[in-house]
Design a protein around this ligand. Structure first.
Ligand code: TXA
Ligand code: MG
Length: 310
């Protein structure tokens, strides 16, 4: 991509002015703004129609800048060394001296942060003297975007610029681990939890159903195409879209394959893309065949369950 350098400079130009732009990451596209700016971060909430109570993830290029904002600890360094840059978000304590906008934290004393691995976004972050607050670049509760076209579909010309980094490699949001007290997984995602457990040499808890919602990514309706979804099902009607992970002998035009050979990583990558295609085809409902609840299968099931809440 020849124009990358000028596109990165263009991105910096808008961000420096306090505007929001869309940036590519390995998980999903983000709607980014200067995390130190009240003006830029307020715009993010407005564009996404997001409640101000739902804090944002901040994206860093290196530890040096992170040190201005967060208190780190030994568990953080263990995971950082192994997995960063990559699809893992940490919730850490915010430093009193941090300049992170109160909009970003929803006035809480913790901050969610990550180090994205997408090359263009890394290059962009390197040029900036502030980190980027960036939630997924979709209207609240809708399907997250995994390409420039998806972002366009969400926001039309309401945003100034989309830095095109091709299709997101992972296709699902980052895993969120809170290190504020005992390590806990708050959201399943692009970093398999078995890998985190292995590094920390213990099983970290993940409670998918919480009485008190800490991560609104855990709230009920999310990632939704806006039509009913039936899980663990077979035999769809012709006006229902059928999502599969393994090739059938006979396929019909309402059959949508996340994978043709039960490859769950590939299925995860295709999930949002296919939900978006189905949504645009105006089916009455979606039927999903049983997906094994292991590895990325667990993440896919988590997202489908939330997308299917009426
Ligand atoms: O992969 C990702 O994480 C993408 C890309 C763009 O980086 N971002 C993303 O952001 O998924 P968003 O806003 O769609 O989801 C962030 C989740 C929200 O559910 C939010 O409630 C939670 O992170 N969160 C943010 N700050 C938090 C905090 N201090 N404590 C607990 N949860 C927090
Ligand atoms: Mg989101």
């Amino acid at each position: 991509m020849k124009n990358n350098l000028s596109n990165i400079k263009k991105s910096k130009y808008y961000l420096d002015k306090g505007e929001c732009i869309a940036i590519p990451t390995e998980t999903v596209y983000g709607l980014a703004g200067n995390a130190y700016s009240n003006k830029a971060t307020l715009k993010i909430f407005k564009l996404k129609k997001r409640t101000k109570k739902n804090p944002l993830i901040v994206h860093y290029n290196n530890l040096k800048m992170l040190n201005n904002d967060c208190i780190t600890n030994s568990v953080f360094f263990k995971l950082y060394k192994k997995f960063c840059p990559g699809p893992l978000t940490f919730v850490l304590r915010l430093k009193k001296s941090s300049k992170i906008s109160k909009n970003v934290t929803s006035n809480q004393k913790t901050l969610a942060i990550r180090f994205p691995s997408h090359l263009l976004t890394k290059k962009l972050l390197k040029l900036l003297n502030y980190p980027l607050a960036a939630p997924s670049a979709n209207i609240s509760t809708k399907i997250s975007p995994v390409s420039k076209e998806d972002v366009k579909e969400e926001f039309g010309n309401k945003i100034k610029f989309i830095l095109d980094g091709g299709r997101s490699k992972i296709g699902l949001e980052s895993t969120i681990v809170s290190l504020v007290n005992k390590p806990r997984i708050l959201r399943l995602g692009g970093m398999e939890r078995s890998k985190i457990n292995k590094v920390l040499n213990k099983n970290i808890t993940f409670d998918s159903v919480k009485k008190k919602i800490i991560v609104p990514g855990q709230s009920k309706l999310h990632y939704s195409p806006g039509i009913p979804i039936k899980l663990n099902s077979t035999n769809p009607k012709p006006n229902e879209a059928f999502i599969l992970i393994k090739k059938r002998k006979k396929s019909y035009k309402n059959y949508y394959y996340l994978s043709k050979n039960r490859n769950l990583k590939q299925a995860a990558k295709n999930l949002y893309k296919i939900l978006r295609v189905i949504k645009n085809k105006k089916y009455k409902s979606i039927v999903v065949e049983k997906i094994p609840n292991i590895g990325f299968g667990e993440v896919i099931n988590d997202r489908l369950r939330r997308a299917s809440t009426k």
